[in-house]
Design a protein around this ligand. Structure first.
Ligand code: G3P
Length: 216
């Protein structure tokens, strides 16, 4: 299961760079929080290393969607660009034109199996399922992901099913067991995923015992 960092914070990206992450994914809300120019963000990421990076289109009309795509591509042509495309009818107009480029296409904001059934026919690279937002709206985000993954597998669709809008460790573990091909998680959750009191106590105990050994 690929792990993407959902962040536009340069400090977090720098710290996560040495971890086995597949890339960094953002959206306008994530970037806005950082209060920095997009060009500065891209420059900062370039200085960190060569990670795949995701930007999200906000337009929902074909012409504007293509304009935003061209802008993102011109800013990030030197690295793998994950183009996040909002789920809307015009998304299916631009996808065929972008499929033979060097961009990775990610249709995002999926919140129902019906949406996924249509989207999987487009041959999109990634489908992002909004676990937390679906659950907050009274649905069951994890079950939705499980159903979409099962449907995609039954129908031999190559699209990778990405769990986005992950709120906590339970979500993360549940989508992992549900067969998610990828997840996008914020930095604090990435850190929390690696923590365990049992592991920590074991490390402390082994260190202590090592110090008590007579090295001869
Ligand atoms: O792409 C962002 C998506 O993951 C939404 O996440 O946490 O704002 O619901 P969140």
């Amino acid at each position: 299961m690929e792990i993407f960092l959902a962040s536009a914070n340069l400090d977090e990206i720098k710290k996560a760079y040495s971890l086995p992450i597949a890339g960094v994914l953002t959206n306008s809300s994530i970037i806005k929080k950082e209060e920095m120019k997009l060009t500065e963000l891209v420059k900062g990421i370039d200085e960190i290393g060569n990670l795949p990076f995701g930007l999200q289109i906000v337009a929902t009309e074909e012409h504007q969607m293509m304009e935003e795509t061209r802008l993102f591509h011109s800013m990030l042509h030197h690295r793998v660009l994950h183009l996040k495309i909002p789920y809307c009818p015009d998304a299916f107009k631009i996808i065929p034109n972008l499929q033979h480029t060097n961009m990775v296409l990610n249709l995002t904001g999926v919140s129902s199996l019906a949406q996924a059934c249509i989207a999987l026919e487009s041959g999109i690279d990634y489908l992002s399922i909004y676990i937390g937002r679906v659950t907050n709206a009274g649905g069951d985000g994890v079950r939705l992901l499980k159903n979409i993954k099962q449907f995609a597998d039954y129908n031999r669709k190559p699209t990778r099913i990405l769990a986005a809008s992950i709120r906590n460790i339970d979500h993360l573990e549940e989508v992992a067991l549900a067969g998610a091909d990828a997840v996008a998680i914020p930095y604090p959750l990435l850190l929390e995923s690696m923590e365990s009191e049992v592991t920590q106590q074991s490390i402390t105990g082994f260190k202590k015992d090592w110090q008590a050994i007579d090295m001869g």
